[in-house]
Design a protein around this ligand. Structure first.
Ligand SMILES: Nc1nc2c(ncn2[C@@H]2O[C@H](COP(=O)(O)OP(=O)(O)OP(=O)(O)O)[C@@H](O)[C@H]2O)c(=O)[nH]1
Ligand SMILES: [Mg+2]
Length: 282
């Protein structure tokens, strides 16, 4: 395990260190044409930005999400011959409320169509963190869980059975210590596998009673007919049944129809748009 991880890290730092900024440019920070887009989600303070920095290095774009005072950071790296763009989402406990942070994270995962979403969880507080994981699994099946802070967990005598967790969630779970880069290679291999289809996920879905399931299925079908190409119709149906004002508004204003056509400039979330954010070196 140690060797591939080391090699992967070498590969990443080879494109992200200060000594070779041009290589990072070539790795995709200015290109509109990245191969894959990866979103980083998670509860606050779980190590998302530490993972983001480990992957993208010192050069990255930061700015605000359109119309919001929520910071947006994007960067790029190469792995296995492909160029990946990473979007560091604001920390959220849930995707259901109407706070600006939760809206940004939810809209990007739902409408930004990332090729994979890494949900970073705190291994010392798994129960609280799994709430968000379960919500993301309702939206997309392209998910990898980074079980971060396993060093802190070990210090507290907590050992997480990550294989069993992966079986129960139906998606890869990769133990990481983002602060020291441990597990980054395995994390990227899992992301690559989920995107390529080499790893088949079977995400855990919430089971309601029969009437609930039937209502969701029927509405999801109608949504798919009305809006062909709409991502995550099942999730949109569930939110509409729950009376989510943001999704209702998206139906009323025609935003949902535009999203189904892959047109989401209002959200600022179309991953392959040219980057117009300011480039900074933190
Ligand atoms: N011990 C330990 N500390 C970590 C690890 N990963 C991150 N940290 C530390 O945890 C703190 C929070 O990390 P961030 O990367 O800023 O977390 P975040 O999820 O981006 O936080 P928000 O953006 O505020 O939601 C920092 O002090 C990191 O150095 C880890 O695996 N082990
Ligand atoms: Mg952060």
């Amino acid at each position: 395990m140690a060797t591939p991880m080391k090699e992967s890290l070498k590969l990443i730092s080879g494109h992200a260190c200060e000594a070779c900024p041009l290589a990072l440019t070539q790795a995709g920070i200015h290109t509109e044409d990245v191969d894959h887009v990866v979103a980083l989600a998670g509860n606050p303070n779980t190590g998302k930005s530490t993972i983001f920095n480990a992957l993208t290095g010192l050069r990255q774009h930061t700015g605000n999400w359109p119309g919001k005072t929520v910071t947006r950071a994007e960067g790029a790296f190469q792995f296995g011959g492909k160029t990946y763009k990473v979007v560091d989402l604001p920390g959220t406990y849930s995707l259901l409320s109407t706070s600006a942070d939760e809206e940004v994270a939810r809209d990007f995962i739902l409408f930004g169509r990332p090729d994979c979403t890494i949900v970073v969880v705190d291994a010392t507080a798994l129960e609280r963190n799994l709430n968000l994981v379960l919500q993301v699994l309702e939206i997309t099946d392209r998910v990898v869980v980074a079980l971060n802070l396993v060093d802190e967990a070990a210090r507290k005598g907590i050992q997480v059975d990550h294989r069993r967790l992966a079986r129960e969630l139906g998606v890869p779970v990769v133990p990481t210590v983002a602060k020291s880069g441990q597990g980054m290679g395995n994390l990227l291999q899992a992301v690559e596998g989920v995107i390529s289809g080499a790893i088949r996920t079977r995400p855990h879905h919430l089971q309601g009673d029969r009437a609930f399931q039937q209502a969701v299925d029927r509405l999801a079908q109608e949504l798919t007919q009305l809006y062909p190409g709409l991502p995550s119709a099942r999730w949109v149906a569930m939110r509409l049944l729950d009376g989510d004002p943001r999704i209702q508004e998206a139906v009323r204003t025609g935003e949902l129809a535009r999203i189904a056509h892959g047109d989401t400039p209002a959200l600022g979330t179309v991953p392959r748009y040219p980057l117009t954010l300011e480039e900074v070196s933190p």
